[in-house]
Design a protein around this ligand. Structure first.
Ligand SMILES: [Ca+2]
Length: 305
């Protein structure tokens, strides 16, 4: 069965690798990309989304622009941090081939989901959850089209954060949005910092990807080298969302319930979670075998020129 997928993204090096993996997968039909603020401002993130699609010549996949600011906080980030000069590692990807699609990302997603067969569309949010929270709040009728969400966000360990000691970046940047999504009742599987941490891009693993020797494999290897160069945290985050969709058997998982820490607290944006044996829409993915993940990536990227 084909996975019909909406990808909400803030590209971002690891977003690019995730999207290329989805584009490489015959099991996945990408309905569109929606851009959100996160690794950079939303406008450049949307342009990067087009540049990522251009590598596969996929001018047929729409790219819509979403939120420029969190729901109720201000965002003033300049530069791309660990993602290089242009958010895509400065590896020389060409300028975007086209302009973004005109309709607002949230309105566009709502239209697709409202018309869809119930529980038929999977969402892959790879950045802060601002667009998804607005979708669920402003278009409650769209919820019935959603099958599930695989979300990159949160840290399960008490001091496991990467934005603050407690909070992961995507949840921390817009905690109100993250909590609205977690409380929505939509089935959510979470790729957390702890899921991704052991899946680090070591030189040997990057060489394994480079040896796949296709155009996209070379781009992935270049991005990973840039990422490792800029960042002490070299774990693959967003690509694990797509690996999970394609190979859920690679991930140990457990049922849980989770919400997001709110209010005036040093733990703002932290993932509050507890295991449960009762029916729950929430699931946490544990760390996979990193070499199995890189073998899978290399095999998939090898098949694409
Ligand atoms: Ca991302």
């Amino acid at each position: 069965m084909t996975i019909s997928l909406l990808i909400d993204t803030d590209p971002g090096i690891d977003d690019a690798i995730a999207i290329w993996l989805a584009l490489s997968a015959p099991e996945i039909e990408i309905l569109g990309l929606t851009a959100v603020l996160g690794n950079g401002p939303v406008g450049p993130c949307a342009e990067n989304a087009i540049r990522i699609l251009d590598v596969f010549g996929r001018t047929d996949i729409p790219v819509h622009v979403g939120a420029a600011q969190p729901l109720s906080r201000s965002y003033a980030r300049k530069g791309w941090g660990v993602h290089g000069v242009d958010g895509l590692g400065g590896i020389g990807l060409p300028a975007p081939s086209r302009k973004v699609n005109g309709e607002d990302a949230v309105t566009w997603m709502a239209g697709i989901l409202t018309k869809a067969t119930p529980s038929s569309i999977t969402l892959a949010p790879l950045g802060p959850l601002t667009n998804i929270a607005r979708l669920l709040q402003d278009h409650p009728e769209a919820k019935r089209g959603i099958r599930e969400m695989i979300v990159m966000g949160g840290a399960t360990l008490p001091e496991g954060g990467n934005a603050t000691p407690h909070a992961e970046y995507n949840f921390w940047l817009d905690p109100e949005a993250a909590d609205i999504v977690c409380a929505s009742g939509v089935p959510i599987t979470l790729v957390t910092i702890e899921t991704a941490r052991p899946v680090s891009a070591t030189p040997a693993r990057i060489a394994r990807i480079a040896a796949a020797d296709s155009k996209v494999a070379r781009h992935v290897a270049d991005l990973l080298r840039a990422y490792v160069h800029e960042s002490k945290a070299d774990a693959l985050f967003d690509p694990l969302v797509m690996v999970y969709l394609l190979r859920p058997d690679l991930f140990p998982a457990s049922d849980a319930r989770f919400r997001v820490e709110m209010g005036d607290s040093p733990r703002l944006g932290a993932l509050n979670w507890q295991p449960t044996l009762e029916a729950t829409p929430h699931r946490l993915l544990q760390a996979p075998d990193p070499d199995a993940i890189f073998d899978f990536l290399a095999a998939r990227f090898q098949q694409h020129a």
